[in-house]
Design a protein around this ligand. Structure first.
Ligand code: CUA
Length: 119
């Protein structure tokens, strides 16, 4: 699995390798707002082969962003401290659950969502 995490200056071109016979790799940018106790949006659909660049920002306190089954686990800083960028290139179709990985209050366990990768 190709996973990269970068700062806000990430500016790579569409560099994902193109597999012969497959459509060209897509890059998708998704803005997600975290707040007690949800992510908005909490369901993201992409095509297999696409790279997602998440821009995550909090509308209140610190939250976390962990994609299960990957090594992605970042802190989303509290409101006013800016957004973080997480780049994710899923290597197979299916569902990748994500969740808040930083204790943020009584509803912490309810903060989750899913990235659906379609063939
Ligand atoms: Cu948000 Cu824990």
């Amino acid at each position: 699995m190709a996973v990269a995490m970068t700062g806000p200056q990430f500016d790579a071109p569409h560099a994902a390798a193109q597999v012969p016979g497959e459509p060209p790799a897509q890059k998708v940018t998704v803005h997600i707002v975290a707040e007690r106790f949800r992510f908005s949006p909490d369901e993201i659909r992409i095509r297999r082969g696409a790279t997602v660049e998440f821009h995550l920002e909090s509308d209140d306190t610190d939250h976390g962003f962990r994609i299960l089954g990957t090594d992605i686990d970042r802190v989303i800083p509290k409101r006013g401290r800016g957004a973080i960028t997480v780049v994710f290139t899923p290597d197979h179709a299916g569902k990748y659950a994500f969740e808040c990985s930083k204790i943020c209050g009584a509803g912490h366990d309810f903060m989750h969502g899913v990235v659906v990768v379609e063939d």
